[in-house]
Design a binder for this molecule. Structure first.
Ligand SMILES: Cc1ncc(COP(=O)(O)O)c(C=O)c1O
Length: 362
């Protein structure tokens, strides 16, 4: 008999990330490749974070502080919560997985929206559990639809806000209304990976503020996006002390590494850098959206660092043509692509490659 995993593991489709720049350059013989596929930060991290990371490298013969004492306290100060309300993770991705592993029993389910972040489904699939999906309304989470679908088995409700891949956001008023309706056995997991990019004038959700208002939720944030530390893998969950305690009990003892802890601590102390990142993103996102409109393409209003663009035709040939022109975007679903907002020159190159790809593939 061969050695094989249970059926629910065999059925899992592995996560496919954006293709690395050097691999595409090598394969297609291109000298310059622009990657706008993984919602990374084109400005990079704060120079202070880089300095702290470089200094920390000299200490990597030591294990990291498993409790991340300094970073946890700095985050608690920054967010005005107690340190015991925080659990750090190897990216927020690890924490999304961890919350499922910690709370979901056999037969229980999770709930999210169609066209949202695939990791919610993966976290449940590994447990052999079902992640139900409610259709979107207008490329947005349908909160009434979600509330109506919650049943006695629903343990976790995953909401990405702003959502990946559509970039759309819900309002704080609408989310409060949903939270009032959620039964106690269901934990709302609010994924705020793109929190910093939201439109401050659109009744934006602030998960930590909702927590402080008394809503029993778990908020997931990351240093991967606005802080530019995706490659170091560090994120956090802010929630009640009880839930953070459970997550801290289940996580690996040294789940965040020493270099990432040092870099995140320094990045947190440089809010001006984050402000520059957010400003560049807002300006370039608007310009990219205008460019898409000029090509006759539609994209829902994004509050993230990417745009979702329904091409109204098969996306694969357009993606391929752009790839051959040295621009990596992300196909999402059969007819849409997601474009990460890059530097001005990268966005210009992307729009030119998209225009040419649309011509070539008609
Ligand atoms: C909605 C959403 N949540 C979470 C993550 C995970 O981010 P990380 O694990 O890098 O913190 C991502 C990454 O792309 C995301 O798009």
């Amino acid at each position: 008999m061969s050695f094989s995993p249970p059926d629910h593991i065999r059925r899992i489709q592995p996560y496919v990330g954006g293709r690395p720049i050097d691999e595409v350059a090598r394969e297609l013989g291109l000298s310059e490749v622009v990657k706008l596929a993984s919602n990374e930060n084109p400005l990079g991290p704060s120079p202070r974070a880089l300095e702290a990371a470089a200094a920390a490298l000299a200490e990597v013969n030591r294990y990291p502080d498993g409790s991340a004492f300094h970073l946890t306290r700095a985050l608690a100060d920054h967010l005005q919560v107690a340190p015991a309300q925080i659990c750090l993770g190897n990216g927020s991705n690890e924490l999304l997985d961890l919350v499922a592993r910690t709370y979901v029993r056999p037969g229980e389910t999770a709930l999210t929206s169609e066209n949202s972040f695939v990791v919610y489904r993966l976290a449940m699939a590994v447990l052999g559990g079902e992640c139900r999906m409610v259709p979107m309304a207008n490329d947005r989470f349908d909160l009434d639809g979600l509330a109506a679908t919650v049943d006695a088995t629903t343990r976790l409700l995953f909401i990405a806000n702003p959502n990946n891949p559509t970039g759309t956001a819900i309002t704080a008023t609408a989310l409060r209304r949903l939270l009032e309706r959620l039964p106690e056995h269901c934990l709302c997991c609010l994924d705020e990976a793109y929190f910093e990019y939201r439109d401050p004038d659109a009744d934006p959700v602030d998960g930590v503020a909702l927590l402080q208002e008394g809503y029993p939720i778990a908020v997931f944030r990351t240093f991967s996006k606005a802080y530019g530390l995706a490659g170091l893998r560090i994120g956090y969950c802010v929630t009640s002390e009880a839930i953070a305690g459970d997550l801290n009990r289940v996580r690996e003892p040294f789940n965040t590494n020493l270099v990432a802890q040092a870099a995140a601590l320094a990045a947190l102390a440089d809010p001006d850098h984050v402000a520059r990142v957010v400003e560049l993103n807002a300006n370039e996102r608007a310009r990219l959206a205008d460019g898409l409109r000029a090509l006759g393409l539609d994209s829902p209003e994004s509050q993230a660092n990417f745009l979702y663009c329904n091409l109204g035709r098969l996306a694969a040939p357009v993606y391929d043509a752009m790839l051959h022109a040295g621009v990596i975007v992300r196909p999402v679903g059969p007819t849409a692509i997601r474009i990460t907002v890059g530097l001005p020159a990268e966005n210009d190159r992307c729009l030119a490659a998209l225009a040419a790809a649309l011509e070539e593939t008609t």
